[in-house]
Structure formats: structure tokens, C-alpha cells
Design a binder for this molecule. Structure first.
Ligand code: FMN
Length: 151
């Protein structure tokens, strides 16, 4: 519930999917793919159905914008993105494995309608959460210098 948030609009909401809800999301993925490609082979449909089963919990991060004379949609989407990132950081701080994913399913009408989003809302993240089952991936030290200039 904390993020940089112009106007304190709290322009976000979250759906928590566990257990059979992940199977229902997989079914939505399959329906979405079939809507685009009715002849899609069964193996590909099964692969899509299995995607949400890769973690025990998925949190869907949604931007739920409010009408505001001074806070444009982009700022509300940024605030929602920051709230989602704070959730990710909070998970990592508790040693919960977490990854932010989107992909074509995040913007597919069949999926967003199936999850109950309104026309105004946007699906910003599928956060996959669970117990890490392998060693932590070593992170390369990044040189920030090319990204920062004195002005
Ligand atoms: C909006 C957004 C969407 C993303 N979608 C995907 C995705 O669909 N698949 C994926 O493998 N990584 C995706 N990522 C990247 C991962 O969440 C992660 O940041 C990346 O794998 C780098 O890992 P690290 O942050 O541990 O270095 C996305 C990140 C953001 C911010």
C-alpha cells in the first residue's frame, strides 16, 4: 500500500491466485490462444495451461486508474508499477522467490476480461511467488556510469 503515488490515488489492485485458481488462469490462457488461432495444436494449448502452475501463488498486479484533473494515466500506471515492485522487493526480503512476468497473455482481452478487469484497467504484472528451488542466480555487477550524466 506504499509507493510514490501522485494525489494518493492508490491506483492499483491485486488478485491473489492459489491452488485451482491457477488452473482457471491456465484455462483462460488456452481460450485466449484458441481465440487467435483456432487450430492451435493440443500440445501448445497444454503448455499454456501449465504456465500458471510454475509457482504456488500468482499475484496479478492491476492499474486501476481514477479520474483526476492533475494526475494523468501514465503517472497512475507508474505508481501502480512502483507498488508492484515494492511487493516484489518485500517478497525477496523474506526469501520468497518472486518474478514479474507479462507476455502476450497480459494484454489479451480474453484474459483481462476473464480476470474481471474493466476497460479502464490494465494488467501490469503476473508476479510468480514461491520457494526458490535452486541456487540464487549470480548477478553481474552492472556499470551505472553509461546511464547517468551530470547536467
Ligand atoms: C513489466 C515487466 C514485464 C516482464 N515480463 C517478463 C516476462 O514475461 N518473462 C520474463 O522472463 N521476464 C519478464 N520480466 C523480467 C523479469 O521480471 C526480471 O526482471 C528479469 O528476468 C531480470 O531478473 P533480475 O531482476 O533478477 O535480474 C519483466 C519485467 C517487467 C518489469
Amino acid at each position: 500500500m506504499r509507493a510514490p503515488d501522485h494525489g494518493l490515488l492508490r491506483p492499483w489492485r491485486f488478485l491473489v491466485l492459489q491452488g485451482a485458481a491457477r488452473e482457471r488462469l491456465g484455462e483462460l490462457f488456452a481460450q485466449a490462444a484458441l481465440a487467435d488461432e483456432p487450430e492451435l495444436p493440443a500440445a501448445k494449448l497444454d503448455k499454456l495451461r501449465g504456465k500458471p502452475l510454475r509457482a504456488p501463488m500468482i499475484i496479478v498486479g492491476i492499474c486501476s486508474p481514477r479520474d483526476h484533473p492533475k494526475v494523468p494515466l501514465l503517472e497512475q500506471q507508474l505508481a501502480a508499477g512502483a507498488a508492484i515492485d515494492n511487493l516484489l522487493i518485500a517478497a525477496h526480503a523474506q526469501d520468497i522467490g518472486a518474478i514479474w512476468r507479462t507476455g502476450p497473455m497480459a494484454t489479451h482481452d480474453t484474459v483481462t476480461r476473464g480476470l474481471g478487469l474493466t476497460e479502464q484497467e490494465s494488467l501490469l504484472a503476473f508476479l510468480y511467488l514461491g520457494t526458490p528451488d535452486g541456487p540464487r542466480r549470480p548477478l553481474k555487477e552492472e556499470d551505472f556510469q553509461p546511464y547517468v550524466q551530470d547536467w
